[in-house]
Design a protein around this ligand. Structure first.
Ligand SMILES: [Zn+2]
Length: 126
């Protein structure tokens, strides 16, 4: 299943990053996911919780930012939104060309982790 494979990767990355930082617990995982990525957030979160069981990321909360689909016109460089299900939005609103490249919407990455228990070198006060 699509979500499962992606989640597997995310859990692996989160756990190895957190462990490398000396974390005892991952509190929050910040993710950026493009609109084009066919992700069901609910399912994604549930499979994350399932796969993270027994790891430092077991109780992590997922904060997902979705990035809308935009394209850049190859003719005039105009950036605009398209709706993949509505062909009337596929043309450039300024020059009418239907020759574009993806601008945003394909993202899938981990922005940040909020961890607990990282070995931050603390100055021991006298
Ligand atoms: Zn254009």
């Amino acid at each position: 299943m699509h979500e499962m494979a992606l989640t597997r990767n995310v859990v692996d990355i989160v756990v190895s990053e957190a462990e490398a930082a000396g974390a005892t617990e991952v509190r929050t995982v910040y993710l950026t996911i493009g609109y084009v990525r066919d992700i069901v957030e609910d399912l994604f979160e549930r499979s994350f919780t399932y796969m993270a069981r027994g790891t430092v990321a077991e109780h992590a909360e997922l904060v997902i930012t979705r990035v809308p689909l935009t394209v850049r016109c190859k003719k005039c460089d105009y950036v605009y939104h398209i709706d993949v299900h509505d062909s009337s939005t596929w043309g450039c609103p300024t020059c009418g060309a239907k020759d574009y490249e993806l601008n945003t919407g394909m993202e899938f990455f981990i922005n940040d982790l909020e961890i607990v228990g990282a070995a931050v070198p603390e100055v021991k006060s006298a």
